[in-house]
Design a protein around this ligand. Structure first.
Ligand code: ADP
Ligand code: ZN
Length: 464
């Protein structure tokens, strides 16, 4: 019973470990620190749950996902694992009860909110009980560059200082190098081996289409491929979330909104409904998703471009966690990018941060405009290499027609230069296409050598 594989089989009901799970588990059981990087749905939870069961004492799981702790604990209780949580939703009395269970050594796993750790009472309690390990879930929350930064996570280095002999395992699905380095430094995991899973999710089919009538395109996509399925639709703004959910309902689709502007109670309720029902679509801002473990989400759709490839990958990663075919579908328009750039420019972040965000947005745009295999580009972004085109993305299934745009680009640049580098894209297109409108004539641009050259050979400037 004390072997990891036995625990996997008897308690969790699975036959074999996936990827790096076993290596990470054995390392932590041996009392060593570890850093686990696996995509969403990769199976991170078992990496700390099994060592917590095999080792003496209780496994303490630090997680920012307070709203999900109840569900996580319920699921474990059903498997016969003695689990509990401590967070602000408990009454004082309930919290005292859990503390007593800890003192009696009656728990296998305890989920705890990070802010609890700063309370002297908690640390004092930890000093009096037998602890199997500390698991730091969603470890990227310690990174100030990341989008989920939580100040409370900065204090987690205290675990190492106060309890140097207890193994710590940090877990995240955020893979970029910078975040990874920040996790290592801030949590003092320099000596900890990294357990990195391949980031490919072969069952997810990626497709990115140009926006024409996005709602209608979404509906067609859902009707043709996902009748009666569970799915998530991401939008940028709360208003758009509300409107889209409402519109989908008028189309006979069981859709619910979710965003940070709703009351806590409504949000909770919609999340629960989504977790429990089969044929349901949640329309949400990015506020929805971290830690959502619904294995049979059949599609994730984006009506707006995410702000980075990391965000896109995390959000789409919520599809198909059961390993069955799933779709990641997105409609994007250049207008989205303009809006995002404007939002970025207007934010009060410092310049270095803005530059970084802009760079991330450009990488996301490059993925949208990609004419080769999307999966190769996506994995390449995370430092993963895929030898051959995947055969399961839109560009593989329907190769994009390409043309040599060198001359057209030269002509366009020349037109920009000759009109004094001061005009917007629509005006420039009109000049290139030789439109005789009043503005062009009064600026004398119909006399320019670039006037109308875009027509020759139909180079295709009118695309944007
Ligand atoms: P993550 O936290 O990395 O997003 P989870 O730990 O929630 O992923 O696991 C995702 C899903 O995969 C869960 O339904 C889990 O039960 C399942 N799973 C994890 N490990 C295995 C395994 N070795 N064999 C089969 N299923 C597994
Ligand atoms: Zn492909």
């Amino acid at each position: 019973m004390n072997q990891p594989l036995d625990v996997l089989k008897t308690i969790f009901g699975y036959d074999s470990f996936r990827g790096q799970q076993q290596a990470a588990i054995e390392h932590v059981i041996a009392g060593q620190d570890a850093l686990v990087l696996m995509p969403t749905g990769g199976g991170k939870s078992l990496c700390y749950q099994i060592p917590a069961l095999v080792r003496d004492g209780v496994g303490i799981v630090i997680s920012p996902l307070i709203a999900l702790m109840q569900d996580q604990v319920d699921a474990l209780l059903q498997l016969g694992v003695k689990a509990a949580f401590l967070n602000s939703t408990l009454t004082m009395e309930q919290a005292r009860g859990i503390e007593q269970q800890l003192l009696n050594n009656e728990l296998d796993l305890l989920y705890i909110a990070p802010e609890r750790l700063s309370a002297p009472r908690t640390l004092e309690l930890f000093g009096r009980i037998k602890i199997a390990l500390f698991a730091i879930d969603e470890a990227h929350c310690v990174s100030q560059w990341g989008h989920d930064f939580r100040a409370d996570y900065l204090q987690l280095s205290i675990l190492h200082e106060r309890f140097p002999t207890i193994p710590r395992i940090a877990l995240t699905a955020t893979a970029d190098e910078r975040t990874r380095q920040e996790i290592i430094v801030r949590l003092k995991l320099e000596h900890a081996p990294l357990y990195l899973s391949g980031f490919d999710r072969p069952n997810i089919r990626y497709a990115i289409v140009q926006k024409q009538n996005a709602r209608q395109q979404l509906l067609e996509f859902m009707r043709s491929q996902h009748e009666g399925d569970a799915g998530i639709v991401y939008c940028l703004s709360r208003k758009k979330v509300e409107e889209t959910a409402q519109w989908l309902r008028t189309q006979g689709i069981n859709a619910l909104p979710y965003h940070a502007g709703m009351t806590n109670q409504d949000r909770q309720q919609h999340q629960q409904q989504f977790l429990r029902q089969e044929s349901i679509v949640i329309v949400a801002t990015i506020a929805f998703g971290m830690g959502i473990d619904k294995p049979n989400v059949r599609f994730v759709a984006h009506l707006d471009i995410p702000k980075s490839v990391e965000a896109y990958y995390q959000e789409t990663g919520r599809a198909g966690r059961d390993g069955l075919p799933a779709n990641a579908w997105m409609a994007y328009g250049l207008q989205d990018v303009v809006t995002m750039r404007r939002m970025l420019a207007g934010s009060d972040a410092d310049e270095a941060h803005k530059r970084l965000e802009l760079h991330k947005l450009d990488a996301m745009l490059a993925l949208c405009e990609q004419v080769h295999c999307r999966r190769q580009t996506l994995l390449g972004y995370f430092g993963d290499h895929l030898e051959q085109p995947c055969g399961n993305c839109d560009t593989c299934l329907e190769p994009v027609q390409t043309w040599d745009g060198t001359i057209a680009a030269q002509q366009a640049l020349s037109c920009i230069y000759r009109t004094g580098s001061r005009y917007g894209v629509h005006y420039l297109i009109d000049v290139l296409l030789g439109k005789q409108n009043e503005r062009i004539i009064s600026a004398n641009h119909h006399q320019q050598s670039t006037f109308g050259i875009g027509k020759i050979g139909g180079a295709g400037f009118s695309r944007y």
